[in-house]
Ligand binder design. Structure first.
Ligand code: ARG
Length: 459
């Protein structure tokens, strides 16, 4: 049997393999609510413009509502023969209300229909991710407030560099998540033009009102070019780009959590709820969730990459290639949402080992820069020379097996005779962080001020 939606000119139905490669209903059934919403807006517009009769429109609208209720209640069985969500819904509408159903597809095409449905879906997904990102920021902010003065080693090259506070470190991720939210909000703003009414590619000769459908669907207005309307998937690419960057940020904190929770570091203890045990080694507490966030970043980047490659070189306007946008987008959006939930849970419930962080910051000569700065400030040495003197002092301390403040004044004076005992005032890690008062620096009072800034914005 030929396809009952478009089979007019076909003698027989599609090959089984053709059906398998062509059908998208297995995944695009997720768009049912958006599809029905779009169809209702289109139908109301057709009636308002006198393109279809009011009685037909009423039947169509009631039929679509009934189908929505059926799908929500799990009473709808999707058919692969009907290819995609658009034809599944329309075909069921015909079964329910008869001939009037055939009028719904006036002045539209599946090409503008799918673009509209998918924009509605992506817009909702972005709103959800934005909310999740805000919760992630709040979890980090709570930790930052509690640990504004908790000292840890700051690293460059993963080598102890200078002491910072754990609160400061948490706020670094709050900033990243803030920019991630900005990228999603930008994408949502840019996508908010309605393709419906572009029809197959050239517009339509029916006197439609695109402003009306656009505003019924919460768009800022209609798209301005029908060819672009049906061939644009950069709203998906942009969203996946924002997903990939967000996931990349999450993978960095995931990696830090993995590092911090090793016994060698012991900076944090993940909660039991976000830890797994080993089936053979009873002592193990594995950070599987963090590892999986780290790994899922790979597939999310892959989703973006895959769709970029699908879109690359496609001629205008619609090509079936574009159907391959959905699985990539669903995969990225679902996995990012899961990663955000897992990471927020981990951050919220992890316990900070202040003593281990402090001890690590006090090893590794983290205050060497403070010593060099002191030599510049108090003794007037050029920084390069101060750097050299400090290097010599670090070598002495290392040989003696102590931190810089474990050197006696006499030992220091052997290297630089003008050093006096005021120097001990800058050598402790507390003194070091307290002195970092430049805007954006790690001094606990700065961190508290930044926490207050974010608290006002996040609530
Ligand atoms: N299932 C299709 C998609 O996701 C809908 C558009 C089909 N249009 C067409 N002319 N075959 O892209």
């Amino acid at each position: 049997m030929s396809n009952k939606m478009w089979g007019g000119r076909f003698g027989e139905g599609p090959d089984r393999i053709m059906e398998e490669i062509n059908a998208s209903i297995g995944y695009d059934q997720r768009l049912y609510a958006q599809d029905i919403r779009g169809s209702k807006a289109h139908c109301a517009m057709l009636a308002a413009r006198g393109i279809i009769a009011k009685e037909d429109a009423d039947q169509i609208l009631a039929g679509l509502d009934a189908i929505l209720a059926d799908i929500n209640a799990g009473r709808f069985s999707f058919s692969r023969e009907l290819e995609d969500i658009h034809m599944n819904v329309e075909s069921r509408l015909a079964e329910r209300i008869g001939a009037a159903a055939g009028r719904l597809h006036t002045a539209r095409s599946r090409n503008d229909q799918v673009a509209t449905d998918f924009k509605l879906y992506v817009r909702d997904a972005i709103a959800h991710l934005d909310e999740q990102l805000a919760y992630f920021q709040l979890a980090l902010l709570d930790k930052a407030e509690a640990h504004a003065a908790t000292i840890m080693p700051g690293f460059t090259h993963l080598q102890t560099a200078q002491p910072v506070t754990f609160g400061h470190h948490c706020l670094a991720y709050v900033e990243m998540a803030g920019r991630d939210r900005g990228r999603f909000q930008d994408a949502a703003r840019r996508l908010n033009e309605c393709p419906l009414g572009a029809a197959a590619l050239a517009g339509t000769s029916f006197p439609i009102d695109r402003e009306m459908t656009a505003s019924a669907l919460g768009f800022d207005g209609p798209t301005r070019n029908s060819l672009d309307s049906v061939s644009d998937r950069d709203f998906v690419l942009e969203t996946l780009g924002a997903c990939a960057i967000t996931a990349t940020h999450l993978s960095r904190i995931a990696e830090e959590i993995v590092i911090w929770s090793t016994p060698g570091f012991n900076f944090i203890r993940l909660s039991d709820g976000f830890t797994t045990g080993s089936s053979i080694m009873p002592q193990k507490r594995n950070p599987d969730a963090a590892e999986l966030v780290r790994a899922k970043t790979g597939r999310i980047i892959g989703d973006l990459n895959a769709l970029l490659i699908v879109m690359k070189g496609l001629p205008l306007a619609y090509s079936k290639d574009m159907q391959e946008d959905k699985e990539q987008a669903f995969d990225a959006l679902d996995n990012l949402s899961l990663c955000l939930a897992a990471m927020t849970g981990m951050v919220r419930t992890l316990a900070v080992n202040d003593a281990a962080m402090h001890a690590a910051a006090s090893r590794g000569f983290a205050t060497a820069t403070d010593l060099a700065d002191w030599l510049v400030r108090r003794l007037g040495l050029p920084f390069r020379q101060a750097h050299h003197v400090t290097g010599a002092l670090v070598a002495r301390a290392e040989a003696k097996g102590v931190d810089l403040d474990g050197l006696s004044l006499a030992e220091m004076q052997e290297v630089e005779p003008r050093i006096n005992d005021e120097v001990y005032g800058v050598l402790g890690v507390e003194n070091s962080v307290k002195s970092r008062t430049s805007f954006g620096g790690t001094a606990p009072d700065n961190v508290r001020a930044q926490c207050a800034w974010w608290r006002k914005r996040l609530g």
